[in-house]
Design a protein around this ligand. Structure first.
Ligand code: 5AD
Ligand code: SF4
Length: 488
């Protein structure tokens, strides 16, 4: 028995705003209603309504955007590219750091001309909208934003859109609390050969700097059968690589009352024919179990790559961050993982300038970076987030000091990333090809099992295929291959 998920989202009775009656209709019904409105519009004007997406933040947001695109397509909208005008412009927002928020306000503001000229409307969704002060600011200062919803009520979008289209009044509806896990929403995937698959939503960890638990709610795991059904369907549709998503994938299943379900899930996925590669993110060091390390060693489809954020190298800072592990524990984990999977690529997230972090603490971070030798690190300057415990903590260091430390870290890490990349020179690697390279469309581009970006020349278009590529040159963030040959 599980009462925390719903296949149909009928009768969602969160009682959030007195719209329960309206909600008793399924979102599929609302989609049909909007589809009918759009069909009438197309008949009378000869034009199909369009949408485009502007997505900020992490993979969860990319995945949410696929659901929004799926719903809009189902409702009769056609997706257009970034440089084309659209009837609906959807923002999927991020609030993990202040600069993400500032950028989003800037992008929304810059659209006034397009909205006036083409009659476009803006829909704002995602993490940022879960913060009441943001929704207020949007209401007051950004008149072209006509529909707002948050992370917990994405499935309500068709109903909200119908309300807007029929009443032409701005619709703001953000649920304060998470609801059930809703299955079977339409999805318009960005790629055929690789896909994101959510396994757990939300986070229970409350790291003191982080806003995610406040905007994405508590952990809710999807049912194993639902996940496997989705992966089997993807495989039969030609998907070769899946990335399992969760704020903390290692705690997958804890809310279902069972332990170590994530490792078991990897063994289950290993049996799905057609899938060649399995990735997952993000892992929390405090929850990475021995059975998961064993599963990574034993499951041939699990790629030799682990993203394991350590955030800070000083135990004092880690404690203040509420990370619940020590640097010694982290280093021990790294050793055990490398024993089990010798060629594994490790990547991480690091925060510089957490309140109270002094020079000695920062040296501990550098020391950990030098010891582990990560393939790549995503480095961030600490950004105070409203409502988190650390927001109120005193910053002892000046912005200049923090910025200098950040640069030092970046230099050391870039050096390590380059040295590790050089090891690929002369080797032939397996690449899953994504398509033409973004920086040079004459080259094709893809990723190794270890997650490295590879650009190479190829006579035939190998998009979506596995290729063997001989690496001739390597930089910190890319590998260049001589020629790609289709595998097998
Ligand atoms: N300031 C800076 N970086 C942050 N992160 C999360 N919250 C903050 C913050 N307030 C970083 C962490 C996390 C990554 C996704 O973003 O390193 O792992
Ligand atoms: Fe944020 Fe910590 Fe949860 Fe990651 S584990 S989402 S950093 S609270």
């Amino acid at each position: 028995m599980n009462n925390n998920r719903d296949r149909t989202n009928t009768n969602i009775s969160c009682g959030q705003d007195g719209h329960d009656l309206a909600r008793s209709m399924e979102s599929t019904d609302w989609m049909e209603q909007v589809r009918n409105l759009n069909a009438e519009h197309a008949l009378s004007t000869g034009k199909v309504r369009t949408f485009r997406l502007d997505v900020f933040g992490c993979q969860m947001n990319e995945r949410d955007a696929e659901t929004i695109a799926g719903m809009l397509t189902n409702m009769g909208y056609e997706q257009v590219s970034h440089d084309e005008p659209a009837d609906i412009i959807v923002f999927v927002t991020c609030c993990v750091r202040e600069n993400a928020e500032e950028k989003i306000y800037g992008h929304i503001g810059a659209l006034s001309h397009e909205c006036e000229k083409h009659g476009s409307i803006i829909v704002a969704s995602g993490c940022m909208m879960q913060q009441p002060h943001v929704a207020e600011k949007i209401k007051k200062s950004y008149r072209n934003v006509k529909i707002v919803f948050g992370t917990h009520n994405i499935h309500d979008f068709p109903m909200l859109l119908h309300r807007y289209l029929t009443k032409r009044k701005r619709v703001f509806e953000v649920w304060e609390k998470e609801g059930r896990v809703i299955e079977d929403m339409p999805i318009k995937r960005s790629h055929r050969h690789k896909a994101w698959v959510n396994i757990v939503y939300g986070c229970n960890n409350f790291c003191t700097y982080c806003i995610v638990p406040y905007v994405r709610g508590r952990e809710r795991s999807r049912r194993r059968e639902d996940i496997l059904e989705e992966i089997r369907a993807l495989a039969s549709d030609g998907c070769r690589e899946i990335t399992l998503l969760g704020q903390n994938v290692n705690s997958y299943g804890n809310d279902l009352g069972k332990k170590d379900l994530f490792a078991r899930l990897l063994y289950d996925i290993e049996t799905v024919d057609g899938i060649d590669r399995v990735r997952f993110m993000t892992s929390h060091p405090k929850d990475l179990s021995d059975s998961l390390i064993k599963a990574m060693k034993e499951c041939s489809k699990v790629c030799e790559h682990l993203h394991l954020p350590f955030q800070a190298g000083s135990n004092r800072v880690l404690e203040r961050m509420n990370r619940k592990y020590t640097r010694e524990h982290y280093l021990d984990l790294v050793e055990r993982i490398r024993d089990a999977v010798p060629d594994i690529a490790l990547t991480t997230d690091i925060i510089v300038g957490f309140p109270g972090e002094n020079e000695e603490d920062f040296e501990d971070t550098l020391d950990l970076v030098r010891r582990v030798r990560f393939d790549a690190a995503y480095t961030f300057i600490y950004s105070p987030r409203k409502g988190t415990p650390a927001e109120k903590w005193e910053q002892t260091e000046s912005p200049e000091t923090i910025s200098k430390r950040f640069q030092r870290l970046l230099e050391i890490q870039t050096d390590i990333s380059t040295q590790l990349a050089k090891k690929y020179e002369g080797r032939t690697v397996e690449v899953l090809v994504d398509g033409p390279s973004k920086s040079n469309p004459e080259m094709q581009s893809g990723r190794t099992r270890t997650g490295r970006l590879v650009n190479f020349k190829g006579d035939t278009d190998l998009t979506g295929q596995m290729a063997d590529v001989n690496i001739i040159r390597a930089g910190a963030f890319w590998l260049e291959g001589k020629e790609g040959k289709r595998r097998g």
